[in-house]
Design a protein around this ligand. Structure first.
Ligand code: TA6
Length: 306
């Protein structure tokens, strides 16, 4: 198993290559954005827009960008906060017989304090095993006096051959805020969420943008949401084990109009066919982090054949 740093890649930054047997995972230091995950025997599992600027300034459109200290437009900062467009550093790396791990780090700087005047240290631990990819975000308030609050997200874009042939399980009976229609307190009655042409786009143009409230399973400390991909070439089941510290799950697909043309110049016009975002999020109730305290959220993605 190995962890390599590849310099001058032509992408937005140097990148980290994790290898575990025939499974691979690639990460840009820019935004600590994981942009490729190819588990042994499967095709690429993360979607990247062909229009993504990759200029080291604009957040990568696809993969797994990180939102912090603000989820989406819930505040005065740019959409999804500050850290998906900053350069992270490698803090450490190691490998064992069955996994390869890199820990990336980002602390506050003069630039971040100009927009958000707080002290923080983020550690992002990425571990590739043969059939799984684990990501863990630790957020520390490094100020000895002041608390801060934050929202956050691991904005995961999954790739599929055709979204119409996919289903998402693990959301039944959960309440959700419908961000497209701005309607709170909906309940998902269906066991499976299928994203297809049967629901027409609503006014805001987004087809589906739901923020689910999770029901904590106190016995295990986590919950499972699954993406079942019934396509021929991308066929698989992806189990997402998400720690309860992420109090929300977001499902997003902009569909035809949501990110077309000037609404999303870095989003392929036909991209909605090939992606869905399933995101562990803290959105509805910000976390208040006391001085010198830490918060941690983890997602383990495990793949299997259908
Ligand atoms: O997580 C879903 C969401 O907040 C959507 O509302 C949508 O706007 C999306 O993220 C993308 O945001 P971005 O700032 O990357 O265009």
């Amino acid at each position: 198993m190995s962890v390599d740093i590849v310099k001058n890649t032509g992408g937005p930054s140097d990148q980290i290559e994790l290898k575990c047997g025939n499974s691979t995972c690639s990460v840009y230091l820019f935004g600590a954005t994981i942009f490729s995950w190819k588990p042994d025997g499967f095709c690429e599992k993360l979607w990247i827009s062909k229009q993504s600027a990759m200029d080291g300034i604009t957040p990568v459109r696809g993969g797994i960008p990180i939102s912090f200290p603000q989820f989406a437009g819930q505040g005065t900062l740019p959409s999804h906060g500050l850290v998906r467009q900053l350069m992270w550093e490698v803090q450490s790396s190691h490998s064992t017989d069955s996994s390869a791990t890199v820990v990336l780090m980002l602390c506050d700087s003069e630039a971040t304090r100009k927009s958000w005047n707080h002290s923080f240290a983020l550690l992002y631990t990425i571990t590739l095993s043969k059939m799984s990819l684990s990501v863990s975000l630790s957020i520390e308030n490094t100020n000895k006096v002041d608390a801060f609050d934050f929202t956050t997200c691991l904005h995961t874009y999954f790739k599929t051959e055709n979204i119409r042939n996919c289903a998402i399980s693990g959301l039944q009976n959960l309440s959700y805020f419908d961000k497209c229609k701005q309607i709170p307190n909906n309940i998902q009655t269906d066991e499976l969420l299928v994203i297809d042409d049967s629901i027409t786009a609503v006014d805001c143009g987004n087809y589906i943008d739901r923020t689910y409230d999770n029901v904590n399973d106190d016995t295990s400390g986590s919950r499972c949401v699954s993406l079942i991909d019934n396509n021929k070439d991308s066929s698989c089941k992806l189990n997402l084990n998400i720690s309860n510290s992420f109090i929300n799950t977001v499902v997003w697909n902009p569909w035809i109009e949501g990110k077309k043309g000037s609404k999303g110049p870095d989003f392929d016009d036909d991209g909605y066919n090939f992606m869905v975002c399933i995101e562990p999020v803290v959105s509805t109730t910000p976390i208040i982090l006391k001085p010198m305290c830490k918060w941690e959220g983890t997602k383990v993605m495990t793949i299997s054949k259908l």
